[in-house]
Design a protein around this ligand. Sequence first.
Ligand code: HEC
Length: 281
Amino acid sequence: MKKFLIAISALTVLGGVAAVPAQASPQEDLKQFRAYYFKKFPGVKLQDYGNGIYALDAARRFEWEEMEEFPPYEEGLEKGEKLFMKLGIAKCFPKGGVGIKHDYPYFDNKSGKVRTLEQDINACVVKNGHKKLKWKKGDLPAIGAYMAYTSRGKKQNVIVPNTKAALAAYNDGKTTFYAKRGQLNFACADCHVYNSGMMVRGNLLSAGLGQTSHFPVWRRKWAKGKGGTAGFGTLQRRYGGCNKQVRAKPLKAQSVKYNNLEYFHTFMSNGINLNGPAVRQ
Ligand code: HEC
């Protein structure tokens, strides 16, 4: 951790000033968000951002592409498909739950809250008389990975309706993305916007643009050499890890704050093709 502290101090940080872009419509935000990266990484095309750090580093990309040829998540993905069948997930979703992930998360007018795919899967599991699944790892992300797999190639299409409640949820997520937190006082944006493309302790920092396209991910770090669904994790599991890196207490998975963050964060990747599940370090 100490090494991380030293490494992190080499990054440029915008002092105590909150660098939240001014109030703008989601569409304007999206335009500015993209424009920032297009200027910073002139050779990188919009669709490439869905590949995380591998869009920014040719050598690592080569290694990663080799890994994706015999993907380590194949066994977990099959398990996810079996669970999808066994727990009757198809019944609860439009189009039998196939090729629909690009519409998530969405704003649910009835509850006045953002709904994630994980929440809808778990609601379905319970409705079908089974025990609720754990949010961040194991069976739930495996089912999510299967649903992501059937949605590959669809463009992320999060909608923010022009209502007070939906815009409030969106803006809350945006504020979280730009808010400093933890003992190290870093915002998501400090690492994934202003310092994207830089190194911290052997880690290249990916761009915030496209970060949501390939979730759930399969990480070597999470799999710890185990097979099955062990390597899978949701986007919010990753949020928790990034919070811990700056010594902030992670929020609860599927809490309103994280769901709003996911709403903003995924909206920023609208137009990028889904390509999950994907392998990450
Ligand atoms: C101190 C720097 C730092 C902060 C602050 C930080 N992250 Fe990260 N994040 C990383 C590193 C390092 C990685 C692993 C390398 C990569 O993929 O960028 C990572 C990875 C990720 C990934 C996975 C990317 C992929 O391609 O799979 C997501 C998503 C993510 N961060 C989101 C966030 C969000 C949202 C926040 C704010 C709650 C945040 N991060 C805060 C350093 C940070």
